[in-house]
Ligand binder design. Structure first.
Ligand SMILES: Cc1cc2nc3c(=O)[nH]c(=O)nc-3n(C[C@H](O)[C@H](O)[C@H](O)COP(=O)(O)O)c2cc1C
Length: 186
C-alpha cells in the first residue's frame, strides 16, 4: 500500500501530527504551502468562503499512490484556502483511498473532515477514516499515540475490500438516524 501524506500547517501543530502519521504508515510526505501569506482574519474569511488560494508546487499527482492522508488545521471550521487549491489540483485520484487528519483550537474538526470528504468523494476518492485532535493535545505531545492508532486503523481499513467499509459506514449512518429518531419519539 503506497501512501502519500499531504500536510498544510502554519504553526506546525498539524505538521507534527502528519510526521507521526508518516512514520507509522511508512508514507511519503508532501507539504502544501502558501505562495503568499495572509493575515489571521483574511485567512479565516477566505476559508469560510471556500476560496482556493495559490500554493507552491508540491505532489498533487496520485498515480504512484493507493491512499492519500490529507492533514490540515480547522480555519473558521473550514479547510484553509491552500487546501482547497490542493484538492482542486489533485490528479489520478479516482478509486484511491482517502483519510483525513485535522488539528483545531477547539471546534470545527468534523466540519473540516466533512468538507474534504465531500470534495474528494466527488472526484472519485473513497473515504475511510479521520482523526481530529485539539492543538493542546498536540503541544502536550499527546498526539503520538493517537497518530499510531490512527495509522493502524487506516491501514487495516484500507486493506479491506471497499464494499465492506462502505457497508459499515452506511449501517453506522442508519444507526445514527435511528438513534436520533428514538430520542425524538421518547
Ligand atoms: C485563520 C485561522 C482560523 C482558525 N479558526 C479556528 C476555528 O474555527 N476553530 C478552532 O478550533 N481553531 C481555529 N484555529 C486554530 C487552529 O485550527 C489550530 O491552532 C491548529 O492546530 C493550527 O494548526 P497548524 O499549527 O498546523 O497551523 C484557527 C487558526 C487560524 C490561523
Amino acid at each position: 500500500m503506497r501512501v502519500l501524506v499531504a500536510v498544510y500547517s502554519k504553526t506546525f501543530n498539524t505538521l507534527k501530527l502528519a510526521n507521526a502519521i508518516k512514520e507509522s504508515t511508512g508514507a511519503d510526505l508532501t507539504r502544501i504551502e502558501d505562495r503568499k501569506a495572509h493575515g489571521f482574519i483574511f485567512s479565516g474569511l477566505l476559508a469560510m468562503l471556500r476560496w482556493k488560494t495559490a500554493i507552491k508546487p508540491c505532489r498533487t499527482d496520485l498515480k504512484d499512490y493507493d491512499m492519500l492522508i490529507l492533514c490540515c488545521p480547522s480555519w473558521a471550521r473550514m479547510p484553509p484556502g491552500a487546501v482547497n487549491r490542493y484538492m482542486a489540483d489533485l490528479k489520478n485520484v479516482e478509486g484511491k483511498k482517502l483519510a483525513v487528519a485535522v488539528t483545531m483550537g477547539s471546534t470545527g474538526g468534523d466540519q473540516v473532515t466533512g468538507r474534504i470528504r465531500k470534495v474528494l468523494e466527488k472526484k472519485g476518492m473513497r473515504y475511510i477514516d479521520n482523526l481530529v485532535l485539539r492543538m493542546d493535545d498536540v503541544q502536550k505531545g499527546a498526539y503520538f499515540q493517537s497518530a499510531g492508532q490512527f495509522a493502524a486503523r487506516v491501514k487495516s481499513k484500507a486493506a479491506m475490500p471497499y464494499v465492506v467499509e462502505e457497508t459499515k459506514q452506511k449501517v453506522g449512518r442508519v444507526m445514527r438516524i435511528l438513534n436520533a429518531l428514538i430520542k425524538i419519539v421518547k
